[in-house]
Design a protein around this ligand. Structure first.
Ligand code: GLN
Length: 493
């Protein structure tokens, strides 16, 4: 057995169950690792060593009493800092919430807490989850553990980097247009964006509510499944949460779904995802993955999703429109930052928002407000919604023929910090992931190779509530390759 911080969640779970290690030892090892590598990686905005050790002790005591505990009990899970944690600062990466301490837990956090998960800290993100590199955080730039001069992706870049740097076996992220899958790809870990409505959004600081979804990240497909088991399920506090009947009877069982075998599965490879803008070496890795799955017995065929090209433009109307409405609540009155200037009540709101929001967030609020305003609504917002319907139909048609679709997760490997100052160049990072959110579908990113020394991600997209199918395909692929066993070497370790 190597050092404890090197364990996957499934390995740690087995050792904890057999009482060969304690939750306290595991939490201690992760906290030590955090101390050693955080100065170079900077994945976390808050570290709560004391709280984590206390949670670990509670789990050890529960186990000692003979309580049957779920697999996630005693496993350190880093939370993206847009998930509300009772009594623990939650910033969303923004100055406007720099000192915000929520009075309640997000449902996902409450579920993990009840299950005995250990929370070592909160992960950095692009402000309000708007971005693809974590450079939009108001507080710090997180570095990619595979190359500290490069970004970890975003917006869940802190979550992905924390896993990749082995600060914790598991992390929770959120994904509005790719924010779990793209950083997972760039950091060489696994990330899953569930079907819209599978995981409760209650207590997630909203960016674009019709697209936002919380999901798991980890080194292996099984680890991600283990975490999904702990967070999925109906929640009456989220009105868009799927009811039990819509989900089918078999709501969890994601870990058991990680079985090998793709014999006879029909896999589509949509050609629009391999066009200009996709680095040839990335496209080649993904095509090689498709070949491998064909060798394992899957039926792989090229297909087309013709409206893909319009997804990015439509997303950048819909997401800002929803963000302009969601972020209206940060006005300096109820909570969060309040300007120190005396400026009257309108001035107070203006000054607070001017001081509290970063440039990207302001730009999106303005674009969104414009797109929703009288006279422009039909020209922009309505048309974007119509495009959204077409995108959904494209997928529906494809899933009549195929069980899953394979694409690159990101058109490129991790780029250099500061390299994408042009906002359009940055937005192109999500070209392969955004259509999936627009259609509310689940997708997983799993490592499928390296270009130079940088990881490449394979995206597997499924029909609504086909998470088990995704896990099976991803697990089969992972077991047939060895990418998930490579680890970056960090300075000072
Ligand atoms: N990069 C995309 C955006 O900036 C997606 C972000 C996300 O998924 N939260 O909107």
């Amino acid at each position: 057995m190597g050092a404890l911080h090197e364990l996957t969640a499934v390995e740690a779970w087995r050792l904890l169950e057999r009482r060969e290690i304690s939750a306290r030892e595991l939490a201690g090892a992760c906290l030590q690792r955090i101390e050693a590598v955080e100065p170079s990686v900077r994945a976390l905005l808050t570290v709560d060593a004391e709280g984590a050790l206390r949670q670990a002790d509670t789990v050890d005591a529960r186990r000692a009493r003979g309580e049957a505990l779920p697999p996630v009990a005693g496993i350190p899970v880093v939370l993206k800092d847009n998930l509300c944690t009772e009594g623990m600062r939650t910033t969303a990466g923004s100055r406007i919430l720099e000192r915000f301490v929520p009075p309640y837990d997000a449902t996902v956090v409450a579920r993990l807490r009840a299950a005995g998960a250990v929370f070592p800290g909160k992960a950095n993100l692009d402000e309000f989850a708007m971005g693809s590199s974590t450079e939009n955080s108001a507080f710090q730039i997180t570095r990619n553990p595979w190359d500290l001069e490069r970004v970890p992706g975003g917006s869940s870049g802190g979550s992905a980097a924390a896993v990749a740097a082995q600060e914790c076996p598991l992390a929770v992220g959120s994904d509005t247009g790719g924010s779990i899958r793209q950083p997972a790809a760039l950091c060489g870990v696994v990330g899953l964006k569930p079907t819209y409505g599978l995981v409760s959004r209650y207590g997630l600081i909203a960016y674009a509510s019709s697209l936002d979804q919380i999901g798991p990240m980890g080194w292996t497909v099984q680890d991600v499944a283990l975490l999904l088991d702990a967070i999925a399920g109906h929640d009456p506090l989220d009105t868009t949460s799927l009811a039990g009947s819509a989900r089918g009877e078999d709501v969890t069982g994601y870990l058991e779904a990680c079985r090998e075998g793709v014999q006879g599965l029909r896999i589509g490879v949509p050609r629009e995802y391999f066009g200009a803008g996709v680095t040839p070496a990335v496209a080649a890795s993904v095509r090689a993955a498709a070949d491998l799955l064909a060798n394992l017995g899957a039926i792989v065929e090229e297909c087309s999703l013709p409206t893909t090209d319009y997804a990015l433009a439509a997303y950048y109307i819909i997401a800002p429109a929803e963000c302009s409405s969601n972020l209206a609540r940060y006005d300096g009155v109820k909570y969060g930052l309040r300007t120190r200037e005396l400026a009257g009540h309108v001035g107070l709101m203006e000054k607070t928002r001017d001081e509290g929001f970063g440039a990207e967030v302001k730009q999106r609020i303005m674009v969104g407000t414009y797109a929703l305003s009288h006279g422009y609504y039909d020209a922009y917002y309505r048309r974007a919604q119509q495009v959204r319907t077409l995108i959904r139909r494209d997928f529906e048609t494809a899933f009549k023929r195929f069980d899953v679709l394979l694409t690159p997760t990101s058109p490129d490997v991790a780029f250099r910090i500061g390299e994408r100052a042009d906002p359009l160049a940055m937005k192109l990072a999500d070209i392969c992931t955004i259509p999936v959110n627009m259609a509310g579908l689940p997708a997983i990113s799993v490592p499928c190779g390296f270009v130079d020394h940088l990881p490449v991600g394979l995206q597997v997209i499924g029909g609504a509530l086909q998470e088990r199918m995704l896990l099976r395909v991803a697990y089969t692929y992972e077991q047939a390759t060895g990418w998930h066993r490579r680890r970056p070497v960090l300075p000072g370790t």
